[in-house]
Write a protein that binds this ligand. Sequence first.
Ligand SMILES: O=P(O)(O)OC[C@H]1O[C@H](OP(=O)(O)O)[C@H](O)[C@@H]1O
Length: 308
Amino acid sequence: MQQLLDTAEKIRTMEIRGAGRIAAAAAKALRDYVETLETSSFEEFVAKVEKAKSVLIETRPTAVSLPNAVMLAGSYNAETVEEARSQILDNATEFIRNADTALDSIGEIGAKRLRDGDTVMTHCNSHAALAIIKTAHNQGKRIKVYATESRPRRQGFITIKELSDAGIDTTLIVDSAVRYTMKNVDTVIVGADSITVNGALVNKIGTSQLALAAHEARVNFISAAETYKFSPSTLFGDLVEIEERDPEEVISKDKLGDMPDVKISNPAFDVTPSEYIDLIVTEAGAFPPQMAYVIIKEHLGWKLDKIG
Ligand SMILES: O=P(O)(O)OC[C@H]1O[C@H](OP(=O)(O)O)[C@H](O)[C@@H]1O
């Protein structure tokens, strides 16, 4: 259990971050836990596995990739410990493998939307969005990228490192320079933490500002998202919870100093309505956001209806 708790803590503190990475890390943690779980009682096995699943799911509330991964990796239909164990090991291994190949497919499909000489704006650090940009670059297209800083955690610094390591022409901007810069951009590409049944995109705080500015400037807006980032429970009316993180990420107590009454708000995500989204690139194809229902139905199935 200690290893699983360590992974949960790394997800909570964002040492492991990114909706896709936390999903794969959770699936791996569950697989390793189940592999060595010692008990001959099926009831005890079920209780312990369910407890482990909740520990992982409760680390971060917004990215649906996390509960989807835990449910897909941790599903079983068995009556004995060994049967259930072997099914979970197979399902988790399959989830991790599929998550990896999904990024390659998203790169291939999404790169078709970028032309030689295009300028892209991206936000935060999304492995799925970067897969598209890097694939286009590897195909020989000359792509320029504006990457936002993404306060407060500044994941934009990870993005510019990845892009410049790949040899891509990269410019860092502060978040408030998004609208000013949009006139130079052909396509915005961002990731996704959750996509709801009505095609709304829940992604890093500030994403909806990129979408608004893109809409105003008639710039394409694309989200790159594996199918396991669609939220089945929104089909049954649930709302996606927006994670509110520690105020210390915004400003330290020291710096606040003699203003103890000032309140800090630190929402980690925002919601972009489907009208502002041109395309969602998944490993199963590129869809308009209005097709979210079909993706949930065909790729996640009804068995996920109680989670996410
Ligand atoms: O799965 P990939 O595409 O890597 O990332 C998807 C999204 O996950 C991140 O969340 P955070 O930085 O963990 O809060 C960002 O919001 C990013 O757009």
